[in-house]
Design a protein around this ligand. Structure first.
Ligand code: NAD
Length: 477
């Protein structure tokens, strides 16, 4: 039997007070292990440890903090494969996708955060007391204090890793509430902080459910909150955090369109749609949740997309040959099924599907999708390509912007003027031309417009989110 997964509080592994819970394989439901469940009291102990450690951590010389980050980077390298195997078993993305999560994204945050901090600059400015010229003014960034991190199942390590590394290097201490679906991979990542030698209380890990997250949101001692998850939970958190005037960085749901214009390179647009709709079985915030296709090339594009979709191999996420694994849990499965049923009942046609086996939802293509269908309005989070026909750019923009979401949007065209009409007209945090919606770059700011989020992460933007700006005025007269 595998060991019980515990919480990491103030430099010690210990049990939460909420008993234990089993966690299971997303693919076949087999038992993977047991974790100890943290409740509000455990989270408060972790916050208190983080608070006690924060002043000393903030005062630790930057180069010492950077050394710890580099040590963690090396230790994480040795753990990457183990973490990737765990992610695939727990939440069902393929092993190739899990390796990508660790090798291309999650692992590197230790280094990027350290290097961004080494180049993080304050600012000096002139003053308006020009006659005496006696004021010297500048701004400097200070840590917020204790930062709470609450993370989702779909990138169980990479997403929290951004917030944890950037918050820590900026002098904050951290309490992390991981996804309840992924205790194995997140526990192994938490181990890296202990092995690297981060002082007790600087980094804390509290596995548990939504109530443990709520305790972080409600604590007056948590000054900054990083939440990634659904817009439904994000709204609740925004309300509670707003009432406490906490600094928040919220990364929420999406319903991003891919637009295929009449002059697009169709083969390229098909590949981008395959990645946009079926990567990680569609369980990505930046997934192409709607495919808007110009009427002149609609039938040809759809025929090519169907052919390419038929080649996808679904199955065991730990099999190296699998292209698409199962959905993570029954809530997601229920939602995907209900969105497809709703679309069919309102006139959409399923032109490519397959057998639903357990949580293995087949890659599915719908045509004749209209804006009134749930699949076009809400986030589906499953392997479905809902195709909507449009006539001109104005109509494409109207449809693309018609939902509450605004995370990533992509347009395929070879005309520069039309590309700029899409760039200017799409109300999204990232607009991609001739690239899939599922592209985001570790060196560029990332985040949502409208109900898809608040603030930007990745790159040095994340340092802005986890620091307070202090204006300093010195009178030298
Ligand atoms: P979720 O909202 O169900 O849960 C996210 C986390 O919040 C979990 O750790 C959960 O335990 C916790 N939680 C639940 N209720 C809470 C409460 N009342 N207070 C505090 N914490 C609470 O999301 P999920 O199903 O794990 O992840 C999928 C969602 O995440 C999708 O909507 C997806 O679009 C979104 N997401 C967004 C981004 C982005 O960058 N914008 C990235 C990844 C995922």
């Amino acid at each position: 039997m595998s060991e019980l997964i515990q919480a990491y509080i103030n430099g010690q592994w210990e049990n939460g007070t909420g008993g234990t819970a089993e966690y299971r394989s997303a693919y076949d439901g087999s038992r993977l292990g047991t974790f100890s469940v943290c409740q509000a009291g455990d989270v408060e102990r972790a916050i208190s440890a983080a608070r006690s450690a924060q002043v000393g951590w903030a005062a630790t010389p930057l180069l010492d903090k950077v050394d710890l980050m580099y040590a963690a980077y090396e230790l994480c390298k040795a753990a990457n494969e183990e973490i990737a195997q765990s992610i695939s078993a727990e939440m069902g993305k393929t092993i190739r996708e899990s390796r990508e999560e660790m090798l291309q994204y999650g692992w590197g945050h230790f280094r990027r955060a350290a290097e961004d901090m080494l180049r993080f600059r304050g600012m000096t400015m002139p003053n308006s007391e020009t006659r005496s010229n006696s004021k010297r003014m500048f701004v400097q960034q200070y840590p917020l204090g204790v930062v709470g991190v609450i993370s989702p199942f779909n990138f169980p390590v990479d997403i929290p890793a951004i917030a944890i590394t950037y918050a820590l290097i900026a002098g904050n201490t951290v309490v992390w509430k991981p996804s309840e679906y992924c205790p194995g991979s997140t526990r192994r990542y938490a181990q890296v902080f202990q092995d690297a030698g981060f002082p007790a209380g600087v980094f804390n890990y509290v596995p548990g459910y939504g109530d443990a997250g709520e305790a972080l949101v409600e604590s007056p001692d948590v000054r900054g909150l990083f939440f990634t998850g659904s817009t439904r939970v994000g709204r609740k958190i925004a309300a509670a955090a707003g009432a406490g005037l906490k600094r928040t960085l919220l990364e929420l749901g999406g319903n991003g369109p891919i637009i295929v214009h009449h002059d697009a390179d169709l083969d390229r647009a098909v590949e981008a749609t395959i990645t946009g709709c079926f990567y990680m079985a569609g369980q990505v915030c930046t997934a192409a949740e709607r495919v808007l296709v110009h009427e002149d090339i609609h039938d040809l594009f759809v025929a090519k997309l169907v052919e390419r979709t038929k080649q996808l191999k679904t199955g065991d996420p730990l099999d190296e040959a699998t292209d698409m694994g199962p959905l993570c849990n029954d809530n997601v499965l229920k939602q995907v099924v209900s969105h497809v049923d709703d679309a069919r009942s309102k006139g959409a046609d399923v032109i490519q599907a397959g057998e639903l086996t357990g949580r293995l939802f087949p890659p599915t293509i719908l045509v004749n999708v209209t804006e009134d269908m749930l699949i076009a309005r809400e986030e589906t989070f499953g392997p479905v390509a809902p195709i909507i026909k449009y006539g001109d750019i104005d109509e494409a923009l109207q449809i693309a912007n018609s939902t509450e979401f605004g995370l990533n949007a992509a347009a395929f065209t070879n005309n520069l003027r039309d590309a700029w009409r899409f760039i200017d007209g799409l109300e999204h945090g990232t607009v991609l031309i001739n690239e899939t919606t599922n592209y985001w770059d570790q060196l560029a700011p990332f985040g949502g417009a409208k109900s898809s989020g608040l603030g930007r992460e990745l790159s040095s933007w994340a340092l802005g989110a986890f620091t307070e700006t202090k204006t300093i005025v010195i009178d030298i007269s």
